[in-house]
Design a protein around this ligand. Structure first.
Ligand code: HEM
Length: 445
């Protein structure tokens, strides 16, 4: 008799045997097991550690992320491990400290506050979209969207007060760190080698450099006394219940996290959305017509209701390609969920990617169909749609990201005709779901 009943259980031998191809691309492996288990969750039981469950079940996900969120916490991969490089901030902290920080920072992301950031976002978006050079040939889309998303978060944090050179260096350093984190996560057995060959030391120096750059910007801002109405001002003004503010170290942690959490995800989402639109002429025409009518003078968050179709297209792209494609939690206690017992210490992976393609929830899941998010249909679909997560750890930048992406797509479609060379997009599921080799042709309209 087994102590716990688990969803369909998968042999650890098969897992070990296939580990290198799974590490390269876990998505086909997950897909095959969901199909084989004929269910929405399965588990792997390593010999000497607790089971790992993977789910694409929306109920299960809500139970873990929302309903019983206090009984689960983020795994060490997301907390201890990531925080070594990107600091102990909202994304990487847990427990009481996380709650205290979330309460402090949340108001800066309320819709009314974002309203005051919209003009900064809009200026940064326009600058970047204008910089796209129309060419006769196809150009790689991701680097354009990556720089654009970095610029938007950088300008929203520091308005236009930081020097361009400083921001470029910060972008370089943060991207170097992100690349190294992925290398370490994918090949944990090489950690000793990275220590011996000096890679870890080299990257810890970059961590220090990124923190020094941000510290310098904070100090300059404190000394200047000028108001910038940006996120840095909001973070500097935020007060804990006892009236104190964040220390510089805390500010640096949170700012680094906002860069990391806010720029790659957005760049991925924009790349997928533009690629899908370029491949779906009818939807592209409709979105383009909407973009022509939109005026970005006198913007407020209410103006965005005039971009409802573009919003639907972005939402549908994030259904097919959720940039944060998976998250995890670890059970802090034994839990019962329906027929199943979740043993304390079990790691649960919630695959938003598989949930968003689960045939139980979505009709023709592979089809790009923005109508799923129209006014009439969205209510029915929302329970199975979690690109920004769910529960109290829901993405703090979700409104920010949506406004930014709507402005980018609107600006691009108004100014350029776009064309894709390929029909399908390859994905690279790292910490975020990255598009591979997407190329578009931009022609000036
Ligand atoms: C398309 C863009 C984005 C996507 C798809 C996305 C997705 C997500 C998801 C799924 C989570 C929850 C992770 C979990 O529960 O384990 C999350 C958390 C977070 N996101 Fe985003 N995000 C995006 C953009 C942004 C932006 C623009 C910012 C900041 C300006 C941001 C800041 C954060 C932070 C700080 C957290 C941690 C929140 C907490 O745990 O309290 N994100 N994001």
């Amino acid at each position: 008799m087994t102590k716990y009943k688990y969803p369909y259980s998968f042999s650890i031998f098969k897992f070990i045997f296939n580990s290198s191809s799974i590490a390269k691309d876990p998505i086909p492996f997950h897909k095959a097991l969901f199909t084989k288990s004929e269910g929405n969750s399965f588990s792997i039981k390593p010999f000497f550690s607790k089971p790992v469950v993977l789910t694409r079940d929306a109920e299960f996900a809500k139970y873990v992320l929302q309903k019983k969120h206090k009984h689960f916490e983020k795994s060490k991969i997301q907390t201890t491990y990531l925080s070594r490089y990107i600091g102990y901030g909202l994304l990487t902290s847990k427990g009481e400290y996380w709650l205290k920080q979330r309460r402090l920072i949340q108001p800066a992301f309320h819709k009314e506050k974002i309203n005051s950031l919209i003009s900064i976002i809009n200026t940064a978006v326009k600058e970047q979209v204008n910089a796209i050079e129309p060419r006769r040939d196809f150009q790689s889309l991701y680097p354009l969207m990556n720089t654009l998303a970095f610029e938007v978060i950088a300008k929203s944090l520091f308005n236009f007060s930081a020097e361009l050179e400083t921001l470029n260096r910060l972008q370089y350093v943060i991207e170097k760190l992100q690349k190294f984190i992925i290398k370490e996560i994918r090949q944990p057995h090489k950690k000793i080698w990275y220590t011996v060959n000096g890679d870890i030391r080299k990257h810890m120096k970059l961590v220090k450099e990124s923190r020094d750059i941000i510290d310098y910007i904070i100090e300059e801002r404190k000394a200047s006394k000028a108001e910038h109405n940006d996120l840095l001002d909001m973070l500097l003004q935020a007060k804990y219940d006892d009236g104190t503010s964040m220390t510089n170290e805390q500010l640096i942690d949170e700012i680094l996290i906002l860069f990391v959490a806010g720029h790659e995800t957005t760049a991925n989402a924009l790349t997928f959305a533009l690629f899908l639109l370029a491949n779906h002429k009818e939807e592209l025409n409709k979105a383009q017509k909407e973009s022509e009518k939109f005026s970005s003078e006198d913007l407020s968050m209410y103006s965005f209701s005039n971009l409802s179709y573009i919003k639907q297209c972005i939402e549908e792209s994030m259904r097919l390609y959720p940039p944060a494609w998976i998250t995890d939690r670890v059970a802090l206690e034994d839990e019962t969920l329906g027929d199943y017992r979740i043993e304390k210490g079990t790691m649960i992976g919630v695959s938003f990617y598989e949930m968003h393609r689960n045939p139980e929830y979505w009709d023709k899941p592979k089809l790009f169909n923005p109508e799923r998010f129209s006014e009439e249909n969205r209510k029915e679909n929302m329970p199975y749609y979690m690109p920004f997560g769910a529960g109290p750890r829901l993405c703090i930048g979700n409104n920010f990201a949506m406004f930014e992406m709507m402005l980018v797509i609107q600006n691009i479609l108004k100014n350029y005709d776009i064309e894709a060379i390929k029909r399908d997009v390859k994905v690279n599921p790292l910490i975020t779901l990255k598009p591979v080799d997407v190329e578009l042709k931009f022609s000036k309209r």
